[in-house]
Design a protein around this ligand. Structure first.
Ligand code: ZN
Length: 210
């Protein structure tokens, strides 16, 4: 896996907050311009847009991609770990979908996200929300995996964090090598989940990887 450091998170934050004039800090989306560009794009590919079926396709394309890149702001509410729970917390098979940064074709699959609690714990649904949030932009699977793990490590400060992603990339299955049914697995581990062999093995076993 490509090593990714805090710079990736910084870049990520920038990506999500440079929208001048947008009230929620997200980049402003110009659907009209996107629709015009989609019409030009399809026309350049030799697709005639004068049939009833295709007439509204540029607009639908623009809205579909806007939806893929849209995510409500992520508020990560944490709670004190009053019970002193110190075993693994793991959410398995969180479904996700995003588009690959290289072809802008969808890739989708499941994420297994876990952490070893420190002083604070997280509402369980937030693990899925973090995945959703990080997936709402053109992605590579490696970077998405690392961003979810980094987000958890930075914001929750657990003793360890682990993320495994299994995904099928349509840029691999419907074009190019047409490797239908092949999945790609990536993982990112930090803290005790990385350094302690037993914790690491437990996490990967529960995530169904080993
Ligand atoms: Zn691709």
């Amino acid at each position: 896996m490509r090593p990714a450091g805090p710079a990736d998170l910084a870049e990520f934050a920038t990506h999500n907050h440079h929208g001048a004039g947008s009230s929620n800090g997200r980049p402003q989306v110009d659907l009209e311009a996107a629709e015009l560009a989609a019409a030009d794009f399809l026309t350049a590919l030799g697709i005639k847009l004068d049939s009833e079926e295709l007439r509204d396709t540029p607009g639908r394309m623009a809205r579909a991609y806007a939806e893929l890149f849209e995510s409500p702001p992520l508020r990560l509410t944490t709670f004190p770990n009053d019970e002193g729970y110190d075993e693994l917390v793991l959410a398995r098979e969180i479904p996700f979908r995003t588009v690959c940064a290289h072809h802008l074709l969808p890739f989708s699959g499941v994420a297994h996200v876990g952490y070893l609690p420190g002083d604070r714990i997280l509402g369980l649904s937030k693990l899925a929300r973090i995945v959703d949030y990080c997936a709402a932009r053109p992605q590579t699977q490696e970077r998405l995996t690392k961003q979810v793990a980094d987000y958890l490590a930075t914001r929750l400060k657990p003793r360890g964090a682990g993320v495994v992603l299994e995904a099928e990339h349509s840029c691999m299955t419907i074009r190019g090598v047409r490797a239908i049914g092949s999945t790609t697995v990536t993982s990112a581990l930090s803290g005790t989940l990385r350094s302690d062999a037993r914790s690491r093995a437990e996490f990967l076993a529960l995530a169904g990887v080993q």
